[in-house]
Write a protein of this length. Sequence first.
Length: 397
Amino acid sequence: MNEPELTRLLTRAAEEIRPTRPAETGWVRAGRVRRARRAAGAAAVAVVLLGGGTTVLLHRSGPPPATPARPTVTSAPSAPVVQRPPDRLGQAGDPLGRLGDPVADSLSGRPVRRALALYQPIDPETGEAGPVRVLGDDGTVRELDVVTLAPTRDAGGNEAAPLKPGSLSPDGRTAAFAQTGEVVVVGLTDGAVRRYPLTGYLEHVVWAGDRLVVGDNDTAYELDRRTGSARKLPVDPWTLVVPEPGRPGDLFTVGGWSGDGGLAVRRFPASGGAPERRPVTTDELPPGYQVNEVYGRGWQRGDRIGQAGWTTTAGAPGMMIGAEGVAVLDARTGAVTRLLDLGREDRAKGCCEVYGWTADGALLLRYDAGLARWRPETGAVDWVASNVPGRLSIAAR
């Protein structure tokens, strides 16, 4: 092997693996580069041994950098705007993976220091909901036995499980449950239960920092937990976005359809005044892709909102209307900046509700009967918990 050939091999061995393709195909290129590196290394050793010379290696690397104590968001400009999960998801190795563990204790006998999540199993065959469970930061699952919760219901008698995505406070220390004619607040660190009378068929609870927003069919209230008084808020309780913890102030909603002017992000200034409306736009998506309607809670983190919805997709084998998807919206402009295309085959309608952001910029979402983590900046999708059919509420991370 001559010197130019050796240089080419060593240069290829030192190249970085850049995420120029979606996550589901990245491993293919990674494998090719690893094989090239092994081949180049073997050739270099052979030349040195046979020729008796010395070779200066390019881009000599030192010891691996220390892992940061707190992960940060890494931008990958080449990640596609529209992304799809791989056929087989990897395992995230997350503490939430213990959500499906059997109950090992009761909350009354062993309160938590902090809850990571609440989980209410629902039998997929009968629709029967079991007791609410509490996953503590010690990895133990407890039964919420300090209160008996009834299903929420509306004026027409339609019922739903009492656990809602916004039930668990951001700090994981308190849980709130809407009930007909009252709101029940449970201290998870001491098992204390407090009831707040509030007239109406209450269905919604959302924590805005340490503020508690409660809603019935068409009215949202901010509950003062010190006095028990409540004031009306000019927001739709169905479409209210869960605010970022520690960022009090403006509230957002995401909702609408063709009958009321189209899907839009609305900002309700904390100072009062008329809300600002920003139509949801998909100009940044490839031609043919649309976000038609949304469902479940939206979750804010900075200027981004994670939201599940029904989409129109333009991929193979052709246009599909009513596909499932998760979108990242710009709260300032209404633009869809990323879309996770989940298709429609073998999935129940409204399969993939969002449950919040992680500290490193990933979205947690319902994925069939499990919970998955999607990183919009890279396109990676991983399992967090693979078998937790039912309702979930997850603390801020």
